[in-house]
Design a protein around this ligand. Sequence first.
Ligand SMILES: Cc1ncc(COP(=O)(O)O)c(C=O)c1O
Length: 414
Amino acid sequence: MSSTTLPALDADRLRADFPVFEELVGGKPVAYLDSASSTQKPRQVLDRMRAFYEHEYANVHRGVYRLAERATEGFEAARRTVAGLLNAPSEKEVVFTRSATEAINLVAYAWGLDNLGPGDVVVITELEHHANFVPWQYIAQRTGASFRHIPIDDNGELRLDSLDAFAAEGNVKVVASNLVSNTLGTINPVETLAAWAHEQGAIMVVDAAQAAPHRRVDVQALGADFVAISSHKLCGPSGVGALWGRRELLEAMSPFNLGGEMIRSVGFDKTTFNELPHKFEAGTPAIAEAVGFGAAIDYVTAIGLEAIERHEHVLVEQAMAALDEIPWIRVFGPPPERRAGIVSFDVEGIHPHDVAQVLDWEGIAVRAGHHCTQPLMTRLGVAATTRASFYLYSIPEEIDRLIAGLHKVKASLG
Ligand SMILES: Cc1ncc(COP(=O)(O)O)c(C=O)c1O
């Protein structure tokens, strides 16, 4: 079937699932163009969490009573749903975390502290979110490993010709990259990086926070060793994320957080640890949030990740074509076919915070700042950008409003 005959996503209909779109901000409906930061939540997710609290709630994995069994079943069903989303070989390889950030910290601490040392090299990219940058920089410094980055070219694409130099420098032990850049939208060649990482004997850590909500992520096809994702960027609640890790690596790793639930037995002389995935889930988890995360995945996959990807592509083409027509706007990053639904740009002579402020008066919500990618800002030669990002509920009219809003910005501040 050609892509034109595939069913398109009906964003206007889907918007009815999101109570926030009934809201007026300053008397105007909000044009929410900040989904890369966090997504809005559909009723299906909110209802599932409410039903869970009302009918199924207790602490998990502890009680012998039936309500606790129900809660545990809801929580573990969500884990199976995450495993399905990522095509993980086993749900035991899925660890619930607080966020994608915590998932990456888990790997950096629990794997990095035991496996890195002087002579080793950790390779990240110039367009990494701080979540996949700072933990590796910190653990590299603590262990004496070198910390290197893959530079980008002027289109915002990774320069893979730089890889050989890292291999010449020492034992490459970690390659960490995002699958989709949260600032430029670039879709990074993670399969190629993973193959190269494995040739070096390194692990491949993939930050899929910005990918999993928008396109199919298959941990096996990527050839990854660890993949981090986040619920709040996928129509789910905040406070929960997940780490998928290859079983043999997770099994060999020391725990990250210590306390209840992650133990098998505790004595004054010795503590032994629980089996996967519980070894990495100390304390009471975000139970209802995990259930909401599962409901969000069900919601998004029922729409279809391919349909979402195509929808965002149409929007990003529309946005980039319109922005390209404006001589005082500079768009950063690759052409539409090489990016997800994210567009970062500079409005000549006007600070992004001022741009976002004037747009807000028009009811348009965009993000202004460094987007937790300060090293990338340095590379681009700017302190900040304005970023518009799209999701399954974004509609062409919102891009029209953005463009009209930018002309108002120019007229009032330019
Ligand atoms: C690429 C990327 N990685 C990681 C994160 C952090 O995710 P979380 O908010 O779940 O910690 C973000 C959030 O902006 C992101 O865009």
